[in-house]
Design a protein around this ligand. Structure first.
Ligand code: NAD
Length: 467
């Protein structure tokens, strides 16, 4: 059984905060609530480690490959830790860990390209790429390991060192991951810090940090951008989404219902790019509602550790209250729950998988991000109106179009104002693709080579072609 490294003998031991099992609502462990002076020491060490780490790309590749192997070897312990504090079914925890290892391997083998530009003058310019220095990653609680890896794999591959702060709702699996990675990486190349606010704010504004890469909600993203402005650090923000699925009138409801249901309910709906609204042709609306409601009523909800669980609890009490509040508001606005609509009468943060119909388009469950197991299904009569509604929120992360005629579906997908549009599925990402939101869904580009270059700066050398 692996355990996180003991805290490095600080002069004073940090205070600790409780970590809650969302399947019971009870505290089951604690994590260090690190102080500002500890953070300063961590950033200082990350800076010192940077000089060695940036110097040898071949050694970096080897270390990142070793790190991927170490993550896989620790898979059982990481999965148990993740499920306990996050709530997701164990099978999904294993998938998250596999994705973490895959991300490390992908970036281990990716290197920036040096380019030479000649423009007719007797000089040429060579564009080389240099790392930025110590960078900070701040991540949320829905995919603590996978989202951390989406940040540390490209940042470390680029030659930066990193200070990583998980959400206080999910600190333990990330601490364990930090210990696992420490067996493969040089000392202080990646350090996990844990604590409640203002730790994240201090990290975002720390003068020793050259890039802040953040995933989380829109309001916190704004606060992070403001904090980072103090040191003019580069900022990458991956923020919320309110993805629409637009169903076309040639769909076969039976064929797509499972895929559509899981695109909305995977990880208990706590996915930035989950389907959060469905627009169905009026003629098929009742059939779509019925197909989704039937799945919502029969899916096995329970603790992530139970072998037959497909849907776990909501991660934390505040999020459960938010899910309940938007659902109650929708019902007060005239919506009807075709399935669910309430908390489950059992300990822990469980909410019945909910399908809402007759929802007024201005209800917050449509216009805002619910981030939980609740899905409004809205009818449309005219496809242009459906596209307009899909594009009609302040978000622009992803979107999908579902239809049998793929060319027609793609033509509609092309009209969505978002970073990624899918046809007949949703939220599947390739490690090699760019990932970026528009409008309030983000700033900067992650993923693939774009993610690597986002962690580098150009350095240009001009030299005459002759002495
Ligand atoms: P959050 O914004 O509350 O917290 C995110 C992280 O920021 C946590 O680590 C938190 O401790 C930290 N934080 C809080 N206040 C801070 C401050 N003032 N300065 C710096 N850091 C601070 O988000 P959450 O509730 O943990 O996660 C849910 C949100 O994340 C949803 O809106 C979801 O859509 C979004 N999300 C987006 C993506 C994406 O890639 N676009 C992926 C997953 C989740």
């Amino acid at each position: 059984m692996l355990a996180p490294e003991p805290d490095r003998a600080p002069a004073r031991r940090s205070a600790r905060f409780a970590v809650i099992d969302p399947a019971t609502g009870e505290a089951f462990d604690e994590a260090p609530d690190q102080r500002p002076d500890e953070l300063d020491a961590v950033v200082d060490r990350a800076h010192r480690a940077w000089h060695g780490w940036r110097a040898d790309p071949a050694a970096r590749t080897a270390a990142l490959r070793r790190a991927a192997d170490a993550v896989e070897r620790a898979g059982d312990d990481l999965a148990r830790s993740l499920t306990r504090e996050q709530g997701k079914p164990l099978a999904e925890a294993y998938a998250e860990i596999a994705r973490t290892a895959a991300r490390l391997r992908y970036f281990a083998d990716l290197a920036p390209r040096t380019r030479r530009i000649t423009d007719g003058r007797p000089v040429h310019s060579e564009i080389r790429w240099r790392p930025l220095g110590p960078v900070a990653a701040i991540v949320p609680w829905n995919f603590p390991l996978q989202l951390a890896a989406a940040k540390f794999a490209p940042a470390l591959a680029a030659g930066n060192t990193m200070v990583l702060k998980p959400s206080p709702h999910t600190p333990l699996a990330t601490r364990l991951l930090g210990s696992v990675l420490a067996t493969a990486l040089p000392k202080d190349v990646l350090t996990v810090v844990t604590g409640r606010e203002p730790l994240g704010a201090r990290l975002a504004s720390h003068p020793g940090i050259r890039h802040v890469t953040f995933t989380g909600s829109v309001p916190t993203g704004r606060a992070v951008a403001e904090a980072a402005a103090a040191s003019l650090a580069r900022v990458t923000l991956e923020l919320g989404g309110n993805d629409a699925a637009v169903l076309l009138d040639d769909i076969d409801v039976d064929r797509i219902a499972d895929r559509l249901f899981w695109a909305a309910f995977r990880n208990c709906g706590q996915v930035c790019m989950a389907v959060k609204r469905v627009y169905a042709p009026a003629r098929l609306h009742a059939e779509v509602v019925e197909a989704l409601a039937q799945r919502a009523k029969t899916v096995v909800v329970g603790a992530g550790t139970a072998p037959d669980t497909r849907l776990g609890p909501v991660n934390n009490a505040a999020q459960l209250a938010r899910v309940e509040q938007v659902t109650q508001q929708a019902r007060a606005d005239g919506a009807r729950a075709a399935a669910g609509g309430h908390r489950l009468d059992r300990p822990g943060y469980f909410f019945a998988p909910t399908i809402l119909t007759d929802v007024p388009p201005a209800s917050p469950v449509v216009t805002e991000e619910q981030f939980g197991p609740v899905l409004p299904v809205l009818p449309y009569r005219n496809l242009d109106e459906a596209v307009e509604a899909a594009n009609g929120t302040g978000f622009g992360l992803g979107g999908s179009v579902w239809g049998t005629d793929l060319d027609r579906a793609e033509a509609v997908a092309d009209r969505l104002e978002c970073g990624t549009a899918w046809i007949n599925h949703h939220a599947e990402l390739s490690l090699a693709q760019p990932f970026a939101g528009v409008k309030n869904s983000g700033v900067g580009v992650a993923g693939g080579p774009w993610g690597l270059y986002g962690n580098l700066r150009p350095f240009v050398v001009h030299r005459p072609r002759e002495a």
